[in-house]
Design a protein. Structure first.
Length: 72
């Protein structure tokens, strides 16, 4: 199983941009996640093809299972 923390932002074109972080520490601290997202926006750390990140949209943990398919 692979867990990923997804941080979702809106950019200047009002489109969703997602940053994915592998193997998040659990349990996730919502206040720490929100503070990190505020810092990303305030310091203009990242830019997307639609411009600067302008607002937080949400955050979530995505849990998926990967099974390889073996060919004969």
């Amino acid at each position: 199983m692979a867990k990923v923390l997804e941080l979702q932002f809106l950019n200047q074109e009002d489109k969703t941009v997602t940053i994915r972080l592998d193997a998040p520490v659990e349990p996730v601290d919502p206040a720490a996640v929100e503070a990190a997202m505020d810092t990303i926006i305030a310091q203009n750390i990242f830019i997307s093809s639609g411009g600067d990140y302008t607002a937080k949209k949400g955050a979530r943990i995505v849990d998926r299972t990967v099974s390889d398919i073996v060919f004969n």
